[in-house]
Design a protein around this ligand. Structure first.
Ligand code: 4NP
Length: 155
């Protein structure tokens, strides 16, 4: 079982808002059935806990975010099966870091897993937004993570 666990890395810019929230949500859904981590393309917040606002909003949904910020590396493409970016800028950055064409094929957008009716094509950066921005991110990530988990279970 452990040998065949799918390994998923969620990636955003800062690794303090969107991707650690995706990691926490997916862990709540999948438990130990998947290997889950998150990282950022930037290096501004390395070692820090997620943004307090995101921690508070996630906690209201029963999810504790305890990830410590780290930067994504080329080795991550060996260590994970799926590398999921939150927006087009994250994806462009990941393409630059990917060490091979095979590695690039592991890159996906979180929006690929949204419901078809959802009027968003990315997970918007909430850093300069108010509470609604954080709630929107958590709604989009919950939807995307549930759909991704169901897709993995069927495969
Ligand atoms: P995240 O949000 O990419 O969802 O973690 C951000 C966090 C910090 C910054 C930008 C986006 N920043 O510029 O410090």
């Amino acid at each position: 079982m452990t040998a065949s666990k799918k390994r998923i890395l969620f990636v955003c810019l800062g690794n303090i808002c969107r991707s650690p929230a995706a990691e926490g949500i997916m862990r709540a859904i999948a438990g130990e059935t998947l290997v889950i981590d998150s990282a950022g393309t930037g290096r501004y917040h390395i070692g820090q806990l997620p943004d307090n606002r995101m921690r508070i909003h996630a906690r209201r949904r029963g999810i504790e975010l305890t990830h410590r910020c780290r930067q994504v590396t080329a080795d991550d493409f060996d260590n994970f099966d799926l590398v999921i970016g939150m927006d087009a800028s994250n994806i462009a950055n990941l393409r630059r870091i990917a060490p091979s064409p095979e590695a690039e094929e592991k890159i996906h957008a979180m929006a690929e897993y949204f419901n078809p009716s959802t009027p968003w094509d990315h997970v918007p950066d909430p850093y300069y937004e108010g509470s609604e921005g954080f709630e929107l991110v958590l709604d989009l990530l919950s939807e995307g993570c549930h759909n991704l988990y169901n897709q993995i279970r069927k495969s």
